[in-house]
Every structure is written in structure tokens, then in C-alpha cells.
Write a protein that binds this ligand. Sequence first.
Ligand SMILES: *Cc1c(COP(=O)(O)O)cnc(C)c1O
Length: 396
Amino acid sequence: MAESKGRFGVHGGQYIPETLMNAVIELEEAYNYYKDDPQFNKELTELFNEYAGRPSRLYYAERMTKDLGGAKIYLKREDLNHTGAHKINNVLGQALLAKKMGKTRLIAETGAGQHGVATATAAALLGMECVVYMGIEDTKRQALNVYRMKLLGSDVVPVESGTGTLKDAVSETMREWTGRIADTHYCLGSVMGPHPFPTIVRDFQAVISKEIREQMLEKEGRLPDVVMACVGGGSNAIGTFYNFIEDKDVRLIGCEAAGRGIDTFETAATVSTGRMGIFHGMKSYFCQDEYGQIAPVYSISAGLDYPGIGPEHAWLHDIGRAEYVPVTDDEAVEAFEYLSRTEGIIPAIESAHALAYAMKIAPDMDKEKLIVITVSGRGDKDCAAIARYRGEDIYD
Ligand SMILES: *Cc1c(COP(=O)(O)O)cnc(C)c1O
């Protein structure tokens, strides 16, 4: 595998100030030790199973399958995890690692607030201090999640720089970490940032594909033909892909947020519209303007609204191992409504991007083919926004 010293092909690396080098070296050494430590893995498995509710179900979506009339569709139900999404997998792993390293304090960035809530949850559980940095615009749009984080005992700091959104929250958290590394771990929320974060986060999320493999072999006696997931930074997607990368017959499909379309400026589809660059400590693909500045991005889904993609995805794209496809707001909203009424499952609007693409390809596939779609989270958080999208205001 083309992964050495935090490189995925030409992508990845550690493009960080000298003042952060010690922190990432300390983290890498600790991770290399604990990832193979039986006691660490025993404790993490206990947290996964007893606290987060793993393994998550692999559910045969029979009504959706029959209605679409093609491939057999399974849903990997990360929405059923404690806190309602896949984010808890990574956060429990990093919080436990930080604790073993003797850190007493977690800091994290958050966009819509899902990663912030998950981090605040892990901090409460493990008795750690927690500060979450959140763009000031996002604190207004996601007031309920701000309240949740405070309820869980965390401080929430509004970030006013830049556009006051996720990318600024990441930059601010990195700055804060530089100033206080002795007792503080930066719990990064996706497979991005400088090495070793993309590797650490991927390893903790890889439990998704480890389980899909076992569950599929048990239910169907063979591997799936297609596994797919939505891609923001790319953590639930790499978790879904990872244990299938060597199985060349398994198609890997990542679904990016096209927003209002990849031919508009209101998009967050990084692979479709971005170029190679260096940002947030890594080399990868980023949405950029004509001067190479990070472009403002847009999607109806706050969780996919990031101008970059994790370096391992950039590499899987370069070598042609995974496909990345754009899905618009319209298509995602339709899939959100479709799954709700067809299977009685309200998916996160992020996950609905993957569902929408499955709805496109499944009807043309043979009935014997098997598709697994990761439902990265539940959609309760999105109901007000989708109602508004449909011209209804549920808080009137
Ligand atoms: C945060 C989030 C995402 C996007 O993050 P990835 O790192 O790309 O997985 C997707 N779905 C849900 C439900 C999320 O909360």
C-alpha cells in the first residue's frame, strides 16, 4: 500500500508550523504503541459495544430493493450509534488515546456541531475537560447543538475569523493547540489534517467495513459488489471502504455534495471541481478560486460543507480505485424523503447523498448484485432545514 510516513501517493504529509511538530510526533509515537496494545484495544472495544451500541446493524432494505427493482440493497446503520452518527467511533478512540497519553483536556473543531457533540460526550464519559471551537455563523445556525455541548459540560468558543464556518474553526483549533500541547489533545473530526490524523481517524472508523465484511459473509456468504458512502472530509467513507480496498471486485463509491450543481459556484464537490493544494496541514484536493485561495463552499448539508477531501481519498481517486460522484441538494432531499417513507428510516441529509446515488444505479443492476450504503447518521437534526427547503416553516 502506498502509505509511508503519512503519505498517500503524493497526498497527505505534515505541512505544519515548527511549533506543532512536537505535538504530532508525540501523538504518532503514542498511537503506534497503543494501536497494538491489547489492553487499549480491549477498552476501546468495550466502549464501542457497551457505550456506543456496536456492532451497528447491516439491514436488508427490502422495500427499497423491490421498489427500485434492481440490486439488493443493504444499509449499514451508523445512525443507530449513541449520539446518532459514525462520529462517535473516532471520538471514543481519540479520547481514550489522549487519556492514555496523560492528557486531561480535549479540544475540537465543529461545523454543524455533530463532531463537537460527540467530543463533548466522550469528554463527559472519560472525565476530561473539553473546549469546542465553532464558526460564529454555525453557532447561530446550530443553536441546539451549542446547548447540547454545554449541557455535556463543554465550553463552546465562537470563531469570528474568515467566514465564521468550519474551515475557520479548524484553523483556530490548530492555533489553540500550538499554544497548549502539554495537557491538551486536538480531537480532529475527519480523515484530514497533518499526519498522523488521517491514519488515526481512518483506523478508528475502519470498524464500519470490518463489520460490513463479517455481516455480509454471514448473510449472503460473499462480499458486496458495491459499497458506498457520502464524503465530507471522508471519515465515514474511508471507514466503509477500508477493509475492501484490497478486494478489487468491490466497487468503492464516494458521494460528494454538489450543492446547487458542479457547474455553479455553490458547490462542495472537491474531486469534481477542486485542484491539488496544501491546506490545514495536508496536501490533497481543495475547492479553490482562480488565485488558488480556498473557495467558499456550499451544500444543504452542513456536514459535507468542507472545501477539501482527506488525502487517502485523493490517492484512491488518483489510482482509480474509488469513484467519486457529485450529488445535488435536490437529489439528496428527494432521497431523504424517499428513505423516510419507504423504510421508515429518516437519514441524515449527509447520508442521503449516498442514498440518492444508489437510487440512480440500483435499478440498472442485476438482482443478484449486492449494494451496501452507509447511513452515516440519523436525520432528526435536519427536519427543520428540509421543511424550509420545501417551503414550510415548522417553527411558525
Ligand atoms: C460529519 C458527518 C458527515 C461528514 O463527515 P465525513 O468525515 O465525511 O464522514 C457525514 N454524515 C454525518 C451524519 C456527519 O455527522
